[in-house]
Design a protein around this ligand. Structure first.
Ligand code: ATP
Ligand code: MG
Length: 389
């Protein structure tokens, strides 16, 4: 018996004339994500996308797992694809539902007949299939008003489909429909969550990471790779540039007032990220900042770091509590990686008394000793590229 995946679009259904092109992006993303599961056909019709394995080698279980991580999908279900006659639908469809109906007491059958040539009407299909379920599974009874489960029999062009229950999708919009943005990724808890949240809104990601060897280790960089590859399971491949940041941090430490270290460093990160974003055709930056979390994330501090860039800076975590952020990081499996104890460049040269109410003018004075442009250019020239998948 052939088993397929039936996918219902999420918010896509609301997008009017764009809908078809959004669906095309979703199909393309699905196709990419299911490639490793084997050969299959992916078709769309009437706001449903169907994944049909081409042969028995197709790894159906991994395909379901991968589908769960594709943005733009509200819900999906597995279904039996059966020959279009009532006898076969009952003979194969009833045992197919054994598992799905195991813990169900009350059920109802809903039938849809998009193939109008099918000899039975939808009420007859429901009645016959329901009777067959009752005679095989004695723990069941019919309740059309308050069922525990709805069994669906759908007669379409090629096959009749039988299914029960659905799996919640990742929601959001298909990645690629929202343009591109550059995530500033650290090894912490917040930035991978921020990246995931923007990918969920359909934004395709590019990433920059600042590393300060020998103050930071290669293990810290590998940690960032693993974090991003976790995010990439949802977002698709992420081009990553790792930027050498040692010289900049040493220069700041040598020439600038200590209480402004962190802010000046963050200003350098933003300047470099914006330049990388332009190279990567990104229209915005993304950070994992959240108001009040640390000294550099007070409103005056955010203002000071923000003022060196003109691109919009997306901060999806800005109003979230740490536990809310941690909940998401657990859900997307980045938490355990994030808490591994490898030093990030932010922990190098941290001032004892960082400014929580910095003044922009004083910050500009503090960094005036530095040849900002030359430092930025050299850092960018030293960027190392890697594609994270
Ligand atoms: P995170 O958990 O994401 O590291 P955080 O709460 O530790 O965030 P900061 O260290 O102040 O906050 O960093 C704020 C934001 O700046 C991060 O969310 C991230 O977007 C960016 N950032 C910090 N360090 C780096 C780095 N080494 N490389 C790239 N971006 C960074
Ligand atoms: Mg950090």
């Amino acid at each position: 018996m052939k088993e397929i995946i039936l996918i219902k679009n999420g918010e896509l259904a609301l997008k009017g004339l764009n809908r078809s092109s959004f669906e095309d992006v979703l199909v393309k993303n699905l196709r990419y994500r299911l490639k490793k599961c084997g050969e299959c056909e992916i078709n769309k019709s009437q706001s449903t996308i169907m994944v049909e394995p081409s042969n028995d080698e197709f790894d159906f279980k991994s395909a379901l797992k991968a589908t769960e991580k594709v943005f733009g999908i509200a819900a999906f279900s597995k279904a039996a694809a059966l020959p279009k006659n009532m006898e076969d639908i009952i003979r194969e469809g009833v045992p197919y539902l054994a598992d799905a109906l195991k813990n169900v007491k009350k059920f109802k059958v809903e039938s849809k007949r998009s193939d109008k040539k099918f000899p039975l009407g939808s009420l007859e299909i429901s009645a016959q299939f329901g009777a067959a379920l009752l005679s095989k599974y004695h723990h069941l009874s019919v309740d059309v008003h308050d069922p525990d489960a709805v069994v669906v029999v759908e007669i379409r062009d090629k096959y009749a489909y039988v299914r029960c229950g659905q799996i919640k999708g990742a929601g959001g919009m298909p990645v690629g429909t929202g343009g591109r943005a550059e995530i500033l990724i650290s090894g912490g808890i917040d930035s991978p969550v921020a990246a995931w949240m923007m990918a969920k809104r359909g934004i395709q990601l590019a990433a920059v990471h600042f590393a300060s060897p020998p103050y930071t280790s290669t293990r810290a960089e590998e940690k960032v790779h693993r974090l991003l590859s976790q995010v990439a399971k949802y977002s698709g491949p992420i081009p990553l540039h790792t930027i050498p940041f040692t010289e900049i941090q040493e220069q700041i430490a040598e020439h600038c007032r200590e209480e402004y270290f962190t802010l000046i460093m963050r200003r350098f990160m933003m300047r470099i990220a914006e330049k990388m974003a332009l190279k990567e055709h990104c229209g915005a930056l993304i950070t994992g900042e959240s108001v009040g979390q640390v000294a550099s994330q007070t409103l005056p501090a955010l203002n000071v770091t923000n003022s060196v860039v003109s691109m919009p800076v997306l901060r999806p975590l800005i109003g979230m509590d740490k536990d809310e952020i941690i909940d998401i990081s657990r859900k997307i499996d980045t938490f355990d990686i994030s808490i591994e104890p490898f030093e990030d460049c932010c922990t190098v040269f941290t001032p004892k008394h960082p400014k929580t109410r910095p003044e922009l003018q004083k910050c500009i004075e503090a960094e005036s000793e530095l040849d900002i442009e030359a430092l930025v250019d050299r850092a960018i020239q030293g960027a190392q590229f890697m594609m994270i998948d």
